[in-house]
Ligand binder design. Structure first.
Ligand code: COA
Ligand code: MG
Length: 321
């Protein structure tokens, strides 16, 4: 590590996340990097982010071909012609695998918005990728996302999330890898995810403590729309920012479930307007329509208004598609 200093705990938990840019991440679609038909479909899709995958959806014998396909996608202009506002993320194989180092170099060369590291289990896993990126003079704007999908990763989620508060940190988002977590623990895949939920909440809490985004795992049965809608509703209520997806048909339900309703937006605007009134500008707490509103609500309201503006700019004013 390059003399990294933790800035995390000076004032305890839940420091403001207002310094991080706001990005809508309601719908985050995986595409196997060796699936050219899927990549060709991407410009017409309404997902907020696309994760182009070199890891689990690509068989060991197809890794080199997938990496080449990825390079071509970013080099021949297709990636640059994606809709403005669609975030691009590349999932690499773990650095401890035979493919990880080459994947990281290829991903860095593609200039995506972020690189997703699988099976993150400790802060050192983030540090190792950050150090490798430093050696290639990667731009500061390149973000890192981390999959939390093993028992050790869940146990260490807080320590890992704290990496977002170190000097020059790139960590920006957690994804819960629910399939791997179920496989490694033997927990049953039941509707409503009763036994998985405590671990998911632990991951949400870790992300919130250090102000990064956190995304729910995938819903495998992509023909079951009612099941997906239920699980998106659960994920939204659990505090996730959005859902990871495997099929284009899942984008609409996720955008709708994690979208911003006109009522929530109106409430946020009312809070921002109230604090902007001359009498209220120096005040920490005010009363609005009979309810107490504090500056922390103003912070939340401002981020929601900005997120709504970004969604609206991309989707012509519609906040749920
Ligand atoms: N992204 C973009 N397009 C996709 C897509 C995806 N994730 N999944 C399917 N499509 C496209 C297909 O290419 C097909 O387009 P085409 O008619 O032009 O060929 C269309 O959507 C309909 O696909 P469908 O026939 O319903 O599904 P499929 O049998 O081709 O694929 C999966 C099913 C699950 C194999 C495929 O959706 C997939 O690979 N998903 C991603 C898996 C993944 O990345 N997992 C890793 C993280 S868990
Ligand atoms: Mg996985």
């Amino acid at each position: 590590m390059h003399g990294r200093t933790a800035e995390g705990n000076k004032s305890g938990m839940n420091q403001s996340s207002s310094s991080r840019p706001v990005r809508p991440r309601r719908s985050v679609l995986y595409l196997p990097a060796n699936n050219s038909r899927a990549l060709d479909k991407l410009p017409g899709l309404a997902c907020d982010s696309a994760v182009i995958d070199l890891e689990d959806s690509v068989a060991p014998g197809a890794k080199a071909e997938a990496r080449e396909n990825l390079r071509r996608f970013f080099a021949d202009g297709r990636a640059q012609s994606l809709p403005a506002g669609m975030e691009t993320v590349i999932r690499i194989n773990s650095l401890s695998s035979p493919w990880g180092s080459e994947d990281l170099l290829a991903a860095r060369g593609c200039k995506p918005d972020a690189i997703l590291i699988p099976k993150v289990e400790a802060p050192e896993d983030i540090a190792a990728v950050e150090d490798a990126l430093e050696q290639t003079d990667a731009p500061a704007s390149l973000r890192l996302w981390a999959m939390i999908e093993t028992p050790r990763g869940v146990m260490n989620a807080g320590l890992i999330a704290r990496m977002a508060r170190t000097d020059g940190a790139r960590l920006d988002c957690f994804i819960t890898g629910t399939n791997d977590l179920m496989k490694e623990t033997g927990v049953a895949a039941l509707p409503g995810r009763p036994w998985l939920a405590p671990w998911l909440m632990q991951i949400v809490l870790a992300a919130r403590t250090y102000g990064i985004d956190v995304l729910d795992g995938v819903f495998n049965d992509f023909r079951d729309e009612a099941g997906l809608i239920r699980e998106c509703g659960d994920g939204q209520a659990m505090g996730f920012d959005g859902k990871t997806l495997i099929h284009p048909s899942q984008i609409g339900p996720a955008n709708s479930a994690f979208g911003i309703s006109p009522e929530r937006l109106a409430e946020a605007r009312a809070i921002a307007e109230a604090f902007a009134m001359p009498d209220n500008q120096g005040r920490g707490v005010i009363s609005l329509d009979g309810k107490m509103v504090e500056r922390l609500h103003l912070d939340m309201a401002e981020r929601l208004i900005e997120k709504a503006a970004r969604i609206s700019a991309r989707h012509g004013g519609d906040l749920t598609t």
